[in-house]
Each structure stands twice: as structure tokens, then as C-alpha cells.
Design a binder for this molecule. Sequence first.
Ligand code: PBG
Length: 358
Amino acid sequence: MRIVCSRLHATISVDPKIIFGFPTLQISALLFSMIRPRRNRRTHAIRSMVRETTLTPADFILPVFLHEDTADTPIASMPGVTRWSMAGLLREAGEAQALGIPALVLFPKIEESLKSPMAEECHNDDGLVPRAIRALKAAYPSLCVITDVALDPYNSDGHDGVVQRDAQGGLTILNDATVHILCQQALCHARAGADIVAPSDMMDGRVAAIRAALDHEGFQDVAIMSYTAKYASAFYGPFRGALDSAPKDGDKKTYQMDPANAREAERETLLDEAEGADVLMVKPAGPYLDIIARVRAATALPVAAYQVSGEYLMLKSAAAGGWLDERAIVMESLIGIKRAGADMILTYFAKEAATWLR
Ligand code: PBG
């Protein structure tokens, strides 16, 4: 039998034979010209030379939870993650920096008594976040401190924006009133010394408004990492448990994106770029690799991806059950996110991954 294989530019003669009772194909000597991708996988040295994507600790941003307490408290919904006291936070930041992780992003748990409908505490210069920024920058001046800009930890309604209720109890999240408060929050973080503010609220027009507010107050050098394509995802569940920040009623579907939509992510990309964002983020990461790739293709700006609490919990639980190898699945999930097009990854595994990369 002769098979003409045009892709290989070769004519391959094959001879059907029965070996040990199985029909097999014996391939003739002409095969010397066959293309063999496996040559590039043959040894560790060769694989290391042809590798297209690599991870380094500099790719990671460590999300950290903090609270007013003097104790460091394990977070029940996120095994292995801690809500830090100020002293604990400083220790954690030092360890992250020593491992080569360039940046942290801060998530505060705010006491119930400080929450209000207009979230005033989010721009209190003596609040938990500004105090943490000042302490971190004093202890580690070269550490990049990123802050989350959104109302949910401060808002008695647990929404990222200001809630208006109608007579029937229906909820509206007010866009422009929220943007005004987000600007005050971003300024408060900038005054405390934040390097990057990261609006995670998904209100329209907030990047342009925050950029203008920062520039007007002389903070031209404070960057904006915009949550550009943030989906209304069930994978945020453990995070809301960590901060006690779940919406009291309703859901976030009128501002976070529909998981079914991809073109809309490109639209948000063009808007955030035009509004002056410095880094664009996709969130969650693992179930949204196609979105990371689309955003990557639609912009020349750096792209970040957030491997969120539910992704963390899935990987941790599978490892804790002894079902999957933790190190292997974590590193594979991270390389997949980077391969899809992320320049940087927010991940609760940042310290472990940086340690494994040593
Ligand atoms: C809130 C915010 C959320 C996360 C980051 N910032 C939760 C939400 O939008 O409800 C989720 C992060 C995670 O799940 O790890 N603005």
C-alpha cells in the first residue's frame, strides 16, 4: 500500500503486517524525512530551550486580607489564607518581597459599625487601608502597593456601588454617584502612598474620572490597573466569605459582565484604554482564558489576570483530598494563564509558586 502524504512532502510506503496478532503498519525507510516534533521534547535541556512561556516570581501579585484585629485569623472559606493584623501584614509583605514578588493588593475587612449606604469610610484618611499603605511603604519602600477601589467592603448593602431602592424593594446601583465616591477613595489611597489603584467596581466611566481626579490633585504618577473584564462569577464566593462583603440582597449582574459574553470584553478594553488605564485586568482567570487572549490581542497595554478565590479553593480542595498533586496543578494553572496572554497574575498561590520557582 502507498500513502502519499503531501504535508510531509514524502511518499510513505507502508506494509500491513500482523504482529502478535495485531494488524500494524510497517513504515519503510523513506520515513527518514518525516517531520518529528518529538525531537524538541526529547530531553530536559531541549525542552527548556524551546519553551515558549516561563513563570517568574515577578509575574505575581499577592492579594492580602487585613483587618483591625491584633490577631492573625485563618480564613475558613480559604484554607491556607490568613486575614492579617497590621503586624502580620508587614511580616507577610516582607516574606513576599524576599521571594521576589513585586506587588501586593490590599483587601480590608471593615467592621460592621463603619459600614454605611454611602460608604464614607472608604475615603477616611485614618482608615485601615491608608494606614496599611503608609506602614507598608515605610517598611518596604520598593514594594509596589496596589489598592482595590470599590465600595463593597464599606457599603452596608454589600454592593460595589451606591444602592437606591424603589417602593417595591427593587435595587438600582447608581453609576455616577458611585464614580464620585470611587474618585475620593482613589485619592485617599494616593495620598497614603499607593503606587497603583485598581477599580474593581465595573461602573461606567470610572477610569476616566479617577484619572482626572488623580491628575488634578498632582498624582500623575499613580497608575490605574482597571478591572476591565470582570465577570459576575460564582467563583468569588470564598472571597466574600473572607471579607463578609456579600451583597445583602440582589446580585452584581447589572454591573459585572455576563459570563456568556466575549465581544463585550473587547468593548470594555477599548473604553478603558481610551479612558487612560495603565493595566487591564481579566477576572476570573482560569475559566476565562479565551477572554485573556482576546484582551491581549485587542490592546498593547499590559494585561493582568486574577486567579480568584474560587479557583484557589478548587485547586486547594483537590490537593487536600489527595486527589491531585498541588504543586503540579498550581503551576500548570499559572502557566496556562500566562500562555493565554497575561503579563501578570494576581494569585493566592504567589508565595508558594515563587518558592517552587527558586
Ligand atoms: C470586590 C472584589 C471582589 C473580588 C475582588 N474585588 C468580589 C466581588 O466582586 O464580589 C473577588 C476576588 C476573589 O474572589 O478572589 N470589588
